[in-house]
Ligand binder design. Structure first.
Ligand code: DNO
Length: 394
């Protein structure tokens, strides 16, 4: 497995020479300042690549080439947006990119309610508290229909929280909910989000699936020609939010996507944290079932509460057996070698990390601190090395 590290380019507080000290080999990055829908020019990709190579890394995974919201909604001038997307793909392939990670979550990317929840023993983590999300939807956004999507006890907890929360705490909640939007994408306030949600009012699960299928039909043949692999990122959290449907949440969804355009180029980012937040998901089983289509992995852990809340645990803590998942990925790599597949090595990155020690003062992107991720990577490296040792000895 290839040790990757997400880097936000010049928007990142963490510098490449620091990342080099973590031992990671491969940078995972994107051109975050290019607006969604615009072409990534080849010379800008080449300049980023030169910077990454100069620091001693390689760059084969793009995270993410974002899908424009009009494509997700299935309206507007899709022809030119899709043509731009394909041109960006061609420019990336010409610069040696192999894998494109992307998501099909409408409007918002990953969503949390707390960016700095305390961790026992010190440090902070990202957390999703269901009652705070309910408070936001019901009492701040005042979204119609939201009351049917939360249990009575969660609504009661939401009301208690809202009644005692200070205006700073309410502002912090809005900031946390907006934090998942990547890079330089503008954040919304409550009124802005209300307006931004309007065009999605009639987008149900089926319509979103059809728009996704259309997207795959438009880009996967080009990916095949260019030797690129697509790796859809699961929805995080894996549940509908803000009235927006989420369609990459479990085994059934993944099976639908992979068969909507049946091609090796149409694959998955196996994000253990996103899929792991749904208690019904059996992660090692999902990894085993779709192993040949896993083109990239995000390895992290979550600890779930019975009410649907969860928080990000240490990489080897939490409810998910990451060792078993790594074992599945290593077996898949060996299988690929045996069938002479050229992409036998899977890039993974320690996804998210607690803010530990000096991380607190760095102002890194939420979830992407230096020391916390370095700890996660070191732990995963130990697991990988132990399993490889066992496999060689067997
Ligand atoms: C969160 C990330 C996601 C991911 C996108 C992929 O930390 O894993 O934001 O990059 O969803 O497009």
């Amino acid at each position: 497995m290839i040790e990757g590290w997400r880097w936000y380019g010049n928007l990142d507080e963490i510098r490449l020479p620091e990342i080099a000290q973590t031992g990671a080999r491969s940078i995972v990055t994107a051109l975050h300042s290019i607006p969604y829908g615009d072409i990534w020019p080849r010379d800008v990709i080449a300049a980023r690549k030169a910077e990454v190579l100069k620091a001693g890394f390689d760059w084969t995974v793009v995270e993410s080439l974002q899908v424009h919201e009009a494509i997700k909604r299935g309206e507007g001038d899709l022809g030119s947006l899709l043509a731009n997307y394909r041109q960006s793909m061609a420019n990336m392939a010409a610069e040696g990119i192999k894998v494109i990670c992307y998501n099909f979550m409408p409007l918002l990317d990953w969503t949390r309610t707390d960016l700095r929840a305390s961790v026992k023993g010190g440090g902070t983590c990202l957390r999703f508290s269901i009652h705070k999300m309910a408070a936001f939807e019901l009492l701040m956004l005042e979204r119609q229909g939201a009351e049917d999507e939360y249990s009575q006890s969660v609504i009661a907890d939401a009301e208690v929280w809202f009644a005692s929360a200070s205006s700073e705490e309410k502002d912090e909640l809005v900031t946390a909910i907006m934090a998942g939007l990547p890079g330089a994408f503008p954040r919304y306030d409550v009124a802005g989000l209300k307006a931004a949600l309007k065009p999605y009012e009639h987008l149900d699960r089926n319509a979103l699936r059809q728009n996704f299928k259309r997207f795959l039909e438009e880009v996967i043949p080009t990916a095949e020609e260019l030797g690129l692999k697509f790796a859809v990122h699961p929805d995080d959290p894996p549940r509908d939010l803000l009235g927006l449907p989420r369609i990459v949440t479990n085994e059934e969804d993944i099976r639908w996507i992979l068969s909507a355009k049946d091609s090796l180029a149409n694959g998955l980012t196996f994000c253990a944290g996103s899929l792991g937040a749904n208690p019904a998901n059996d992660l090692p089983e999902i990894a085993r079932k779709f192993a040949d289509r896993i083109h990239f992995a995000h390895l992290r852990n979550v600890r779930k509460d019975p009410d649907g809340s969860f928080e990000e645990a240490a990489h080897l803590g939490g409810d998910t057996d990451l060792t078993q998942i790594v074992d599945v990925l290593l077996n898949e790599e060996r299988r690929r070698v045996a069938v002479e597949r050229l992409d036998s090595e899977i890039v993974f990155r320690p996804d998210h990390g607690h803010e530990l020690l000096d991380d607190e003062n760095r102002g890194a992107h939420p979830g992407y601190p230096l020391i916390g991720r370095m700890r996660g990577l070191a732990e995963l490296r130990g697991v990988i090395s132990g399993l490889e040792h066992r496999n060689t000895a067997a």
